[in-house]
Design a protein. Structure first.
Length: 341
């Protein structure tokens, strides 16, 4: 009897293995992964790490090719969600900012001075608010595998230190072309200018544009922002989490075993990528700020009172955007942030 049971068990295991091999045989030769930045930035490196882990652990069954610098969408970053949902991109390592024009809930992360620190962000993305965003995206055809990070966006300029709202008055600041960013800068008295990064660097050199806002480790240090600007203010005005995602239909085409590998690879790659982006920005390790100082920049770090002065100037942004984002989602986020203190 025991021998019969063992044989039956072996047959069942073999049948499962064979069925998975049959399914795996239907896999595409290449799966496309979209990333809007270049391969050498931490964001691009995180995507490559994910693809490499999946390829290794599936023994080449799942071959993910990373398409960097918005190449799958002809440079139009805000189209990324649409091409992902339609299956042009099988995977993405995407910014909430770029998708916020299509997924209004993602403007939660664009609310000015809403997230005080990294603990607050983690509490939101890994709590009830994050689960609601994930559920909303899944209904739209895309599943979030893990949360990565581009970082808090800090402001640099060539004119003067920015310590109070009046210091921004009249400054021309390059921003991404998302409506809420333009409205935030206008509410603070700045003159927002939307242009691509290549044109922006030329504009900085010519003095046509005074400043810009981007994450320190992810963007400002790699591009050597001190070549253009002397002043940086660490004000944490918005945060830019990344989402490592997969098209629902693509995920369903994989065997359960391979789906598990993909989820584990995503978690591992995203965790690594977040640590890279935060390195040198959390006390006692402030080596990233030291790098800016060593290259001649004047670094200003705002405290809570100073940040609150900027936040008060953006009340109109909150009044307009909270109903668009969703009162319930914002309340969930506020609750998570309060508990994270």
């Amino acid at each position: 009897m025991r021998t019969v049971s063992l044989v039956c068990g072996l047959i069942a295991v073999l049948a499962l293995c064979l069925s998975q091999q049959v399914l795996a045989g239907k896999y595409k030769n290449e799966y496309k992964m979209s990333v809007v930045v270049g391969p050498k930035l931490p964001w691009g490196e995180g995507a490559t790490k994910f693809a490499d882990i999946v390829r290794e652990r599936t023994h080449g069954r799942i071959n993910i090719k990373v398409y960097t610098s918005s190449s799958l969408m002809a440079g139009k970053q805000t189209n990324e969600f649409l091409i992902h949902r339609e299956g042009v991109a099988d995977f993405c390592f995407a910014s909430t900012i770029n998708w916020s024009t299509s997924i209004k809930e993602l403007n939660l992360f664009n609310l000015p001075f809403f997230f005080p620190d990294y603990k607050a962000l983690d509490a939101v993305t890994h709590g009830a608010a994050g689960r609601k965003i994930e559920a909303d995206l899944k209904k739209k055809g895309v599943s979030v595998l893990a949360w990565g990070e581009n970082g808090f966006r800090e402001i640099t300029n060539s004119v003067r230190p920015i310590v109070k709202p009046a210091d921004l008055e009249g400054m021309k600041i390059r921003v991404v072309g998302t409506p809420i960013f333009i409205e935030i800068m206008k509410s603070l008295g700045a003159n927002p200018v939307n242009m691509n990064w290549g044109d922006a660097q030329v504009a900085f050199q010519q003095g046509v544009v005074d400043g810009q806002e981007n994450p320190v480790v992810a963007i400002e240090i790699p591009v050597k922002i001190w070549q253009f600007h002397k002043y940086i203010t660490i004000w944490h005005y918005v945060i830019d989490p990344l989402m490592l995602t997969v098209n629902n239909k693509v995920m369903a085409s994989f065997t359960p075993a391979d789906q598990k590998i993909i989820r584990e690879a995503a978690a591992e790659a995203a965790d690594w990528q977040v640590k890279v982006v935060r390195k040198g920005l959390i006390p006692p390790d402030l080596s990233a700020l030291d790098t800016l100082k060593k290259n001649g920049m004047e670094v200003t770090v705002l405290d809570k009172t100073q940040r609150d002065a900027f936040k008060q100037k953006t009340k109109a942004v909150y009044d307009k955007w909270i109903p668009i984002i969703g009162d319930d989602l914002v309340k969930k986020a506020k609750t998570a942030i309060a508990k994270a203190k």
